[in-house]
Design a protein around this ligand. Structure first.
Ligand code: GLV
Length: 337
């Protein structure tokens, strides 16, 4: 009997649901990382030696050097919708398929973005800290007064799937007026059900009562919200970021919050996370969460399953469901090498 072809080897670079790792073991020789150490660039490069595929999260940077050192690599499957940790042109140049996990996290992330925005508007974290410190001694008419969400103007910067899901919550659930700015305008059939109005960025900044950021991070969106943009916002406005650190200039935001040039902010993502700018930790009027917008058990499992679907399909001759650079595929499939 001819010897069976060796199974492809893959690296599961971070800890993930054991059932998902088990499923990958049916198809591949798997090196996993159950203790969840974060590999630096050198270690990631070494561990990828001999691997045809990698299951990654936002912490693994797949750049031109990592790819050059691992010419056998064929697919990198991110368990995240964002993929700014991948150098996509470098992947494409080497014929490496990159995949992400869109759609399965849209509604969960929108729930969280909306909740953060409400928490900022109604000062929930700030007032909870006050109560926990034992400072609540009496009710007062002006204690922790915030701003209304219902009927207010919701501004969305980045009107992709998650932006639209947040807009739906605002328009249909809370009677908010929706304005948005995006690289491209939505079709009228997408705008109409939520009454969304396309505006330029300056108008968005100036008119929004609650501004929510849901745009991808790239060189163009780096510090899309800095001191100049914050200066255009209403002093009563809130800013929520569920997109990526680096879109907001965190030092400039901390200064604006400290000086009450905007009322409050809510951040799930940070420049250089998991470090958080010390000035943000020092201002009371900001809600801070540790990058958990998609963190429900069901959604994280759906993301892991989709990343595994992509890896399995790519390396077993199937059609990966959510490719980022489908141009490396032929008829939806990776070419045999
Ligand atoms: C999380 O941040 C993601 O991009 O899925």
């Amino acid at each position: 009997m001819p010897a069976a072809a060796p199974r492809p080897a893959v690296l599961v670079a971070r800890a993930v649901f054991p059932e998902v790792v088990q499923r990958l073991r049916h198809h591949f020789e798997v090196e996993d990382n159950p203790r969840d150490r974060i590999f630096g660039k050198a270690e990631l490069t070494t561990r990828l030696a001999g691997k045809a595929g990698a299951f990654t999260m936002g912490s693994e940077r797949i750049d031109a050097d990592v790819l050059a050192a691992n010419p056998q690599l064929r697919v990198v499957a991110n368990m995240a919708v964002g993929y700014n940790n991948f150098d996509i042109p470098a992947c494409t140049a080497r014929g490496v398929l990159a995949t992400n996990t869109p759609d399965v996290l849209t509604e969960t992330t929108a729930d969280f973005g909306f909740a953060l925005m409400m928490a900022a508007a109604r000062r929930m974290a700030e007032s909870e800290h006050f109560l926990r410190r034992g400072e609540w001694t009496r009710w007062a008419f002006d204690m922790f007064t915030g701003s209304d969400v219902h009927g207010a103007t919701l501004g969305i910067l980045g009107m992709g799937r998650i932006g639209q899901a947040i807009a739906r919550r605002g328009a249909l659930g809370f009677g908010m007026k929706v304005i948005y700015h995006n690289r491209s305008r939505l079709a009228p059939a997408q705008e109409a059900p939520i009454g969304a109005r396309y505006v330029d960025k300056a108008t968005l900044l100036g008119e929004a009562d609650h501004l929510v950021l849901v745009l991808p991070y790239s060189a163009e969106s780096h510090h899309a919200i800095g001191a100049a943009e914050l200066a255009r916002m209403k002093p009563t406005a809130t800013l929520t970021n569920v997109a990526r650190g680096g879109i907001v200039d965190d030092a400039a935001l901390a200064a604006a919050l400290r000086e009450r040039r905007i009322a409050a902010a809510a951040l799930d993502v940070f420049e250089g996370e998991p470090k958080v700018h010390p000035d943000l930790l020092a201002v009371p009027n900001v809600v801070l969460t540790p990058h958990i917008a998609s963190a429900t058990v069901a959604t994280r499992r759906a993301m892991a399953d989709l990343a595994a679907d992509n890896l399995v399909a790519a390396l077993t001759g199937g059609q990966p469901p959510t490719p980022i650079n489908p141009e490396v595929l032929t008829e939806g499939r990776l070419r045999a090498r």
